[in-house]
Design a protein around this ligand. Structure first.
Ligand code: ADE
Length: 228
């Protein structure tokens, strides 16, 4: 099977390239796509650059140009749920765009006509993630990811996103990739390791923990490929 593995930042996919070592680099659309073989599968690995527009473009290219049949996203997120601590990993049950707002017309936050507010990830891939976690003694929790084009480092904004969308973690790409995959009928898995708590000072924790926690998520996702 041809599987896309996508991150937003180079740190989020670097552990994969380190592990695979043998890969071909294809330059396209001002980005690089890394083609490798792993456990009888063809992988296409890329980082999109931060944000919903960049991740939409790269996810679409992975599916339409590189013909990937499944997309696994790996990266980091800020915790909204107080039970999630730095270094924890979560798989995403559904995604929502917290900055999509036409509430002036009486619509709910996160909604525009023609889309769902929440987009579900793939049940089968989530089940595989649970198996991989159990085999490796990893405490894996499921949760809702809220995505928007803002780094959240403010307690008021954090509380608004958490309570409005009943979301567990916040980042900047998951929901856009979720919408691409849902629209093009591609199974989608989204894993995030917690790098900060989206409060004041989150940017300091993010810089401090990015590399370490991104590695956890990437390693987990590559481990899942063995079960596909
Ligand atoms: N990714 C990691 N931490 C984040 C935060 N606090 N806000 C948005 N995206 C993030």
């Amino acid at each position: 099977m041809k599987i896309a593995i996508l991150g937003a930042m180079s740190d989020e996919i670097a552990p994969l390239l380190d592990k695979l070592q043998n890969y071909e680099t294809v330059k396209y659309a001002k980005n690089e796509f890394y083609l490798a073989k792993y456990k009888n599968h063809d992988l296409v690995i890329a980082y999109s650059k931060i944000g919903k527009v960049n991740s939409t473009l790269t996810a679409t290219l992975l599916i339409e140009k590189f013909k990937c049949e499944m997309l696994l996203f790996t990266g980091v997120a800020g915790a909204l749920n107080e039970k999630l601590k730095i270094g924890d990993i979560l798989y995403t049950t559904s995604t929502v765009q917290h900055d999509l707002d036409i509430s002036a017309f009486g619509h709910p936050y996160g909604y525009v006509p023609g889309i769902n507010v929440y987009e579900k990830t793939d049940d089968k891939l989530n089940e595989i993630a649970k198996i991989v976690a159990a085999k490796n003694g990893i405490n894996l929790v499921g949760g809702v990811i809220a995505s928007g084009d803002q780094f959240i480092c403010d307690p008021v904004k954090k509380e608004w996103i958490k309570s409005t969308f009943d979301a567990d973690a916040v980042e900047m790409e998951g929901a856009s990739v979720g919408q691409v995959c849902a629209t093009l009928d591609i199974p989608y898995f989204l894993m995030r390791a917690i790098s900060d708590e989206a409060n004041g000072g989150a940017e300091i924790d993010f810089d401090k923990f990015l590399e370490e926690v991104a590695q956890k998520s990437a390693k987990f996702v590559l481990g899942m490929v063995e079960y596909l």
